[in-house]
Design a protein around this ligand. Structure first.
Ligand code: MEV
Length: 437
């Protein structure tokens, strides 16, 4: 039977699921029941979620957790995290606690400039284009005055626009590089609206510019879009302490600090390690990005581009031993918001922002950078001491038990048994089998 369909978006949710039932579930009602079981009984709330995107058929849950004890610039935070990976929140909480006893995290926003480009083709005389841009620049800025009003009131707006010649890379390619301040908003809609208006005015004014020949007047705008590469929207987070105070019952401070710094040097030198190292940072950071309703794809794209800014993909974190002090820090580009978008729509995002005590965008940048740093600290600490599997499998044990449909008593007995025994998938199966027999 053909699975091609037209007018699909016009069907209601049940009809869409019935279409799946017929074409993909071989009339097996179980999958339909699963989808329906995730519908929220509060119909208003369900409708809100249905309307976020097109063709919604159900909701996809991720755990919403909190990691307490984050001391950031001498203020205590509990950090909301949305993530499915078993050990991430436990690791973040452990790192928070570790640094709580050693002065906490320091964070500062270094810059908040966002950017976008109007990309266009021009094959005429470059000097004429430069002269045209000089004349039209005030007119371009004026053309977005109306929709910049609200942003201006909040302390944002267009910062500058510049003509950039990219013809050395691609024949006939120029762009208008535009910079913005978007205050507490991530600002994607504002930036894209400004860029599209710049493009329109730019084309219109070119047609009227006497300095151009008739073919030069026909500037072709290819596209106008914000950039998710935001190296001028930068935040820094750091921890430091006396090396002696790194000593714990498990390891001696100097040995730990040196091995830790070496692990960071390896992540700086070797891209294969750097990718996994940075993935560990993003475990924590993305979890806060998701909880606070921000765009994790945008953050991911920008962060990894930043990690390769030298032409060599490298660690986002740094560590050093200076005299008797250990220092560990991150500098990372983050364009995020605490107003607009999902932040004012998703009830759980409102809860997350309340847990964070209604942060400004700058404060949220700091909190995210700290979470990334903490997560990286926890991962590298495990890697250079016990290895990650010990902690990971402890957290994963519950997933294995759920896969085996273990009941409460079986869970309790298994957890107790594996307190002092190495956890593996097969060992857990064997233990549950022994209980059941
Ligand atoms: C696992 O999700 C993340 C780690 O692999 C990060 C790292 O290796 O640094 C543990």
């Amino acid at each position: 039977m053909s699975k091609k369909v037209s007018g699909f978006s016009k069907l209601n949710k049940t009809q869409k699921i019935d279409w799946l039932l017929e074409h993909y579930f071989q009339e097996n009602e179980t999958f339909k029941e699963i989808l329906l079981s995730y519908w929220n009984s509060n119909s208003k709330l369900q409708q809100l979620h249905d309307e976020f995107i097109e063709n919604t058929i159900s909701n996809f849950y991720l755990p919403f957790a909190i990691a307490p004890n984050f001391l950031i610039n001498d203020k205590l935070f509990t950090i909301p995290m949305v993530i499915e990976e078993s050990s991430v929140v436990a690791a973040a909480s452990n790192a928070a606690k570790f640094w709580l006893d050693r002065g906490g995290f320091k964070a500062e926003v270094l810059s908040t400039t966002k950017n976008g480009q109007v990309h266009f083709n021009y094959f005429g005389d470059k000097e004429k284009l430069t002269a045209f841009f000089k004349t039209v620049k005030p007119r371009l800025i004026e053309s977005v005055a109306d929709f910049s009003k609200n942003m201006k009131k909040r302390g944002g707006g267009v910062l500058d626009i510049q003509l950039i010649d990219k013809t050395a890379t691609l024949e006939g390619y120029y762009h208008i590089h535009c910079t913005f301040e978007t205050a507490d908003a991530m600002g994607a809609n504002f930036i894209n609206s400004c860029l599209e208006q710049f493009a329109k005015t730019f084309k219109e004014e070119a047609l009227k510019f006497d300095g151009f020949s008739s073919s030069e007047k026909e500037i072709e705008v290819v596209m106008s879009i914000l950039s998710n590469y935001v190296p001028e929207c930068l935040v820094r987070a750091e921890v430091s302490c006396k090396i002696d105070s790194l000593t714990t019952p498990e390891f001696e401070g100097h040995y730990f600090a040196e091995k830790f710094v070496r692990a960071i040097q390896i992540a700086k030198a070797e891209p294969r390690r750097a990718v996994t190292h940075n993935k560990g940072i993003m475990n924590g950071l993305d979890a806060v990005v998701l909880a606070t309703g921000n765009d994790f794809r945008a953050v991911e794209a920008g962060v990894h581009a930043f990690a390769s800014r030298t032409g060599h993909y490298s660690s986002l974190t740094n560590a050093e031993i200076h005299g008797d002090t250990f220092r560990f820090w991150i500098e990372i580009p983050l364009a995020v918001g605490t107003v607009g978008g999902l932040t004012s729509l998703h009830p759980l995002v409102k809860v997350a922002l309340a847990i964070l005590q209604k942060p400004t965008a700058k404060e949220l940048m700091q909190i995210m950078a700290v979470t990334g740093l903490a997560q990286n600290f926890a991962a590298v600490k495990s890697l250079i001491t016990t290895g990650i599997q010990e902690g990971h499998m402890k957290m994963h044990l519950m997933n294995i038990l759920n896969q085996l449909n273990a009941n409460t008593v079986e869970k309790e007995k298994t957890i107790a048994y594996f307190q002092n025994t190495t956890i593996s998938h097969s060992a857990v199966i064997a233990f549950i089998d022994s209980l059941r027999n």
